[in-house]
Design a protein around this ligand. Structure first.
Ligand code: SF4
Length: 446
C-alpha cells in the first residue's frame, strides 16, 4: 500500500502482510530533473500521485505529466514528498531497476529453451513471456499469462504497438501449438485491445502440418479483418536444435515454405492494393528455405519486424547505401565476416556492396554451431568458442566482425566466453557488429 493510501488493516494496527510496492532507482543522469531533486541510485520511489509503482511502466507513464506528486525514500532513510512541476523539455533522467520477468505459461514443442543443451548459464533457461517487454523492446508475447490487472494496465497506458505471437487464430490449434489448454482466445483478446485503439505487430512461427496451409490462410484472414489495428503479420519457420523435441515437431520442407510464401504474397498483394503496405511478410529464413529470391526493400514497410529476421538482408543493404562517407577507408584490408550457416547463403548480397563502399576484401566465415549442433544455423546462437576456433589461425586478417546478436548486454556469448577474452585469444582485431556500418566507421588498428 502506498503512503497516501489507507493501510489495509488500520483497526488491527499491524503492518500489511506484503511489503508495499516500490521501485529502486539505479541511476540518475546529470543535468536532469531527477538530479536536481536529489534523487540518487538506491532511492526508493514509493508513489506517484498516491499510486504505487510496480515497475518501469508505472514510473514512465505516471511521471509523463507536467505536474505530479512523488513520494520517495532516499538511501539514508529520509522520506520526501516532492510536488513536481516539470520544466518543459527537462527529462526526469531516472533509471529504475528492471522488472521481474514474467514467466511463460506455455510449453511449445518448438521452444528454444527445450532446445538448449545442459550446463549453460541459468537465465538462458527462463521462458519469458512479458507484455511489458513486448511494448518496450518489441519482444513477442503470447498474452496467455495476462492477469485482469495486466489487461487494465495495457489499456490504461495504451501499450501500443504490442508484438504478439499469434501462431494461429483457430483456438484449438493455438492451444495445441502452445501446449496450453487454458490459453485464452487470441482473437477476443486482440478485439478488446483494438477496441481501445491499440495496434499490433503479429507473428506466426510456422510448424509444418499444424499451422500452415488452411490454418495459416484462416489466420491471415482473421488478422486482416482487424483492419489497421493489425499493423503486420510475419511468418517465421520453426527453428530446432539437436536437443529439440524432434519426435513432436519438424522443420518445414522447401515446398512447405513455398506454399506459405504463396499465401503471404497473395495477402500482401491484396494489402498493397487496398492499404498501400505489404502487411503479410515472410522471414528471410523462409525465402532461404524456399530457395526463392528476397523481395525488394520497399516490400518490408519500413522494416518494422527486422529484429524478427524479416527483411534483415534488405535492411543491411539499405544501411550500407545510406552510410555514404560514414565508413572509414579500408582499401587493401582483409576483413573476416563471421556468421551462422543460415545467413551465409544471403550474405554475398550484403558483402558485395560493402566491398564497393569500403574498398576492403571480405571473407565470409560460415561457422558451424559447436554447442547446439549443426542444425542451429542462426548467427545469434553461435558460442564464443566457435569464433575462437575459426579465428585462432587467422593472423592474415586485418579485422574480424562478430555478429552483435551473439552477445548479451554484458558482451558475453551464450557459452559464457566474454568478447574481451575472445579478443585476447585470437591474433586478429575483433569487433562486434549489428549492421557492418557500426563497426567499419573507425579505421583499423595500426
Ligand atoms: S511461448 Fe512457447 S516458445 Fe515462447 S517461451 Fe513460451 S514455451 Fe517457449
Amino acid at each position: 500500500m502506498g503512503r497516501s493510501c489507507p493501510a489495509p488493516f488500520p483497526s488491527l494496527g499491524r503492518p500489511p502482510i506484503f511489503p508495499p510496492a516500490m521501485l529502486k532507482v539505479t541511476r540518475v543522469a546529470p543535468d536532469s530533473l531527477g538530479a536536481e531533486l536529489g534523487l540518487q541510485a538506491g532511492t526508493e520511489l514509493l508513489t506517484v500521485n498516491g499510486r504505487e509503482l510496480e515497475d518501469f511502466l508505472d514510473w514512465e507513464f505516471l511521471t509523463a505529466d507536467d505536474a505530479f506528486l512523488l513520494h520517495a525514500r532516499l538511501p539514508d532513510g529520509e522520506e520526501i514528498e516532492y510536488d513536481i512541476e516539470r520544466p518543459e523539455g527537462l527529462p526526469m533522467g531516472v533509471g529504475v531497476e528492471p522488472p521481474r520477468i514474467r514467466r511463460c505459461a506455455n510449453r511449445c514443442d518448438f521452444c528454444f529453451v527445450d532446445g538448449l543443451p545442459q550446463g549453460l548459464r541459468e537465465n538462458l533457461y527462463i521462458r519469458d513471456d512479458d507484455y511489458r517487454l513486448s511494448f518496450k523492446y518489441g519482444n513477442f508475447a503470447t498474452l496467455t499469462n495476462l492477469k485482469p490487472r495486466d489487461v487494465e494496465r495495457i489499456i490504461e497506458y495504451r501499450l501500443s504497438p504490442l508484438y504478439v505471437s499469434v501462431h494461429a487464430t483457430d483456438p484449438v490449434v493455438r492451444r495445441w501449438l502452445l501446449r496450453n489448454p487454458l490459453a485464452p482466445d487470441i482473437l477476443e483478446q486482440l478485439r478488446r485491445f483494438a477496441g481501445h485503439g491499440l495496434q499490433f505487430h503479429t507473428q506466426v512461427v510456422m510448424s509444418p502440418g499444424v499451422n500452415d496451409g488452411p490454418v495459416l490462410e484462416r489466420t491471415l484472414a482473421d488478422l486482416w479483418a482487424f483492419g489497421s489495428s493489425v499493423l503486420s503479420v510475419s511468418v517465421v519457420p520453426v527453428g530446432l536444435t539437436t536437443f529439440s523435441k524432434h519426435h513432436l515437431v519438424r522443420e518445414p520442407t522447401r515446398d512447405e515454405c513455398r506454399a506459405a510464401l504463396g499465401l503471404l504474397e497473395a495477402a500482401a498483394r491484396r494489402s498493397r492494393a487496398e492499404r498501400g503496405i505489404s502487411w503479410a511478410l515472410g522471414a528471410d529464413e523462409l525465402y532461404l528455405r524456399a530457395d526463392l529470391p528476397l523481395p525488394p526493400p520497399e516490400w518490408y514497410d519500413g522494416f518494422e519486424q527486422v529484429e524478427n529476421g524479416v527483411g534483415s538482408v534488405r535492411f543491411l543493404q539499405q544501411r550500407i547505401r545510406d552510410a555514404g562517407e560514414g565508413m572509414a577507408d579500408w582499401r587493401g584490408r582483409r576483413i573476416g565476416v563471421c556468421t551462422g550457416a543460415s545467413m551465409a547463403g544471403l550474405m554475398p548480397q550484403v558483402l558485395t556492396p560493402l566491398a564497393e563502399r569500403t574498398g576492403a576484401r571480405f571473407e565470409l566465415l560460415a561457422l558451424p554451431n559447436s554447442l547446439f549442433g549443426e542444425t542451429v544455423t542462426c548467427a545469434g546462437l553461435l558460442p564464443g568458442r566457435a569464433f575462437q576456433d575459426a579465428l585462432a589461425g587467422r593472423p592474415d586478417l586485418d579485422l574480424a566482425l562478430i555478429p552483435g546478436e551473439a552477445l548479451n548486454d554484458d558482451h558475453v556469448f551464450v557459452d559464457d566466453l566474454a568478447l574481451a577474452d575472445l579478443a585476447a585469444a585470437v591474433p586478429v582485431e575483433v569487433r562486434a557488429s549489428y549492421c557492418f556500418t557500426d563497426a567499419l566507421d573507425t579505421p583499423p588498428r595500426p
